[in-house]
Ligand binder design. Structure first.
Ligand code: ZN
Length: 386
């Protein structure tokens, strides 16, 4: 399904009928994804103090295609040969409608921690309206979509979002086409500056007609001791649905896992506060908190269900997880870091990763898994949810 081309300068381009991904030589973008005819998604360069990813050495790009050809993985490494020689690594996973990226900034302890921008992404194309997915209302767990903003009418240079934390997601719409962006389940890493003596700032602006989502992850506070350089990982993802794409055939599901129908154990549930008094209050209301799909307990149950279905799976079968709705949570144990007080995260990326795992097993039998939001849910269509 993917066609891969190597250029003499070391860059790689991979192409499927709807997509083309080019990992340009360092000095331009880390990679550019062309979506359909109209949209282009590219990364913006990382900046560590005076050092910029645009100064990186040209390096190897290593594309791997999955066995069934449905997914491509590109690993890239941009080494900046100056100062403390930081390295920017990206693992880019691309399937037909989903791009997931893990970015690692590798900094030696000697790296100057004054000002770090993790770059960001730029979306060029005929974007008309945008919406942000933001923090749940007080006491609630489900992230909330903002009102639509008229991106097409906004003047160049307009700032549409400027906060100390990123939106969970951004929906950019153009007629019946949409491109969605999300930050990964590691929301706490995006906003980690406060823990180590800095501030952070996330901006969405219109620049040269395109949407720029900027990630200023660290600015040292005045009169604060500079922390040692550290490795910093960020994950994010994008998805798209384009008009004119044929809808999948409606098939009855072979089997469904209903998220709402499970009596989840307490350790698998989302929490909004780790303070004891808050826990007590939550307990006394009698209403159980919703599940957090970052928790090991919840994921184990999903995997157990899937494994129990495998023997029955046959060509063309579709399995489904239903009642999908993302939740915000601060339980540090769900991030396998129970020694922290609280680590804010949300669980959509974790669920997408579960589907990827499930589909690897199901593909061997010609079957697949889909994630289904409730009929009236605002998440229907968002990030490949159906
Ligand atoms: Zn959680």
């Amino acid at each position: 399904m993917w066609k891969t081309e190597y250029a003499p300068d070391g860059s790689v381009a991979c192409e499927s009928p709807a997509l083309r991904i080019a990992t340009d030589t360092p000095g331009v973008d880390a990679f550019t994804l062309r979506i359909g005819k109209d949209f282009t998604l590219s990364t913006l360069p990382v900046k560590i103090g005076e050092l910029s990813e645009t100064m990186a050495l040209a390096a190897k790009r290593r594309p791997h295609t999955s066995e069934d050809g449905s997914e491509i993985l590109i690993e890239q490494e941009n080494a900046i040969p100056f100062g403390s020689e930081p390295v920017v690594k990206r693992k880019i996973r691309l399937s037909e409608e989903l791009l997931s990226v893990t970015m690692d900034l590798e900094m030696r302890a000697s790296c100057e921690m004054k000002e770090i921008s993790a770059g960001g992404v730029m979306l060029a194309g005929p974007v008309e309206k945008i919406r942000f997915l933001g923090m749940p209302g007080k006491g609630d767990f489900v992230p909330v979509f903002s009102e639509e903003k008229d991106f097409a009418a906004a003047e160049d240079g307009s700032v549409l979002y400027d906060e100390a934390y990123p939106p969970f997601g951004i929906v950019s719409e153009s007629g019946k086409n949409a491109v969605d962006l999300i930050v990964g389940d590691d929301f706490w890493r995006w906003t980690n500056a406060g823990r180590i003596g800095g501030t952070c700032r996330f901006i969405v602006e219109k620049k040269d007609g395109a949407l720029h989502f900027l990630w200023h992850i660290f600015t040292l506070k005045p009169d604060t001791e500079m922390p040692a350089g550290r490795n910093w990982r960020l994950t994010w993802a994008a998805s798209w649905h384009l008009s004119g794409r044929k809808k999948a055939r409606k098939t009855a599901f072979k089997s469904t896992f209903q998220l709402a129908g499970v009596e989840w154990q307490d350790s698998a549930c989302a929490v909004l506060s780790v303070r004891k008094s808050a826990k007590k209050r939550q307990g006394s209301s009698g209403k159980k908190n919703p599940v957090c799909l970052c928790s090991g307990g919840a994921l184990n149950l999903l995997k157990k269900w899937l494994r129990s279905q495998l023997a029955e799976a046959g060509e063309g079968d579709v399995f489904a997880v239903t009642g999908v709705v993302p939740h915000y949570c601060v339980a540090a144990g769900h991030m396998e870091r129970a020694h922290f007080e609280s680590l804010p995260h949300w669980d959509l990326a974790s669920l997408l990763e579960f589907r990827r795992w499930a589909n690897r097993q199901l593909a061997l039998r010609g079957a697949r898994l889909e994630l289904i939001a409730s009929e009236d849910s605002p998440f229907k269509g968002f990030m490949t949810l159906q």
